[in-house]
Design a protein. Structure first.
Length: 210
């Protein structure tokens, strides 16, 4: 059985990305949950991940310790995680890579906090520039590929998984979005896997010592 090592569901945006891709693709895996920001966290992660970070996928002797790399590995097993058309697939990879390496201001000032409500917090000119780019990117994907379904490239893909934590951010911080983006966000939030992740985040919070 594959194992996916993840951090707190309420906070670990990088854990959500491959977890969602694997879940939507119907690939079986077991979770290894490691609570973050505790004295033993680093030691526990290093038992599984050579980078000392989550997430990490363990599939027999194969160990993959980067979110996008795990998603690519999943796509080897479930090719529908990338668009079938070569041009759309190249675009989806570029979109995914931009999330993987960019939007630093948004990450720093509006961290993922699935169960929180913080309207308007964290906004800076740099964050607003990140938000403007995100809205432009998502709208462009939907305009070009929306005929095939409700997600960025029609059918659900790794691109959607890579931006899933931003969906939660926009909900938490009450970011206004145009109708085309709202429709995509609603499709993401309606995914059973996204609902399961939020339920898991709420359960973790409820189990914390008072």
């Amino acid at each position: 059985m594959r194992q996916l090592v993840i951090g707190d569901k309420n906070l670990s945006s990088w854990s959500l990305r491959p977890w969602l891709a694997l879940s939507v693709a119907g690939l079986d895996f077991a979770e290894i949950n490691i609570r973050l920001d505790r004295p033993e966290t680093k030691r526990e992660i290093l038992r599984h991940s050579p980078s000392g970070k989550v997430p990490c996928l363990i599939d027999g002797k194969t160990v993959v310790w980067d979110s996008l790399a795990i998603c690519e590995y999943a796509a080897e097993l479930a090719p529908a995680l990338w668009p079938a058309d070569p041009a759309a697939r190249a675009e989806a990879r570029a979109v995914s890579a931009e999330m993987h390496s960019g939007f630093t201001a948004l990450r720093q000032n509006m961290p993922m906090n699935v169960c929180a409500t913080k309207p308007g917090e964290g906004r800076t000119p740099e964050v607003d520039a990140d938000i403007a780019r995100l809205l432009s990117l998502w709208e462009a994907c939907r305009v070009r590929h929306g005929a095939g379904g409700p997600f960025l490239f029609g059918a659900f893909s790794i691109a959607d998984a890579m931006y899933a934590p931003v969906v939660w951010r926009f909900v938490t911080y009450a970011v206004d979005v145009p109708p085309l983006v709202r429709a995509w966000m609603d499709a993401m939030l309606a995914l059973p896997a996204m609902q399961e992740w939020r339920a898991g985040a709420a359960a973790e919070l409820a189990a914390r010592p008072a």
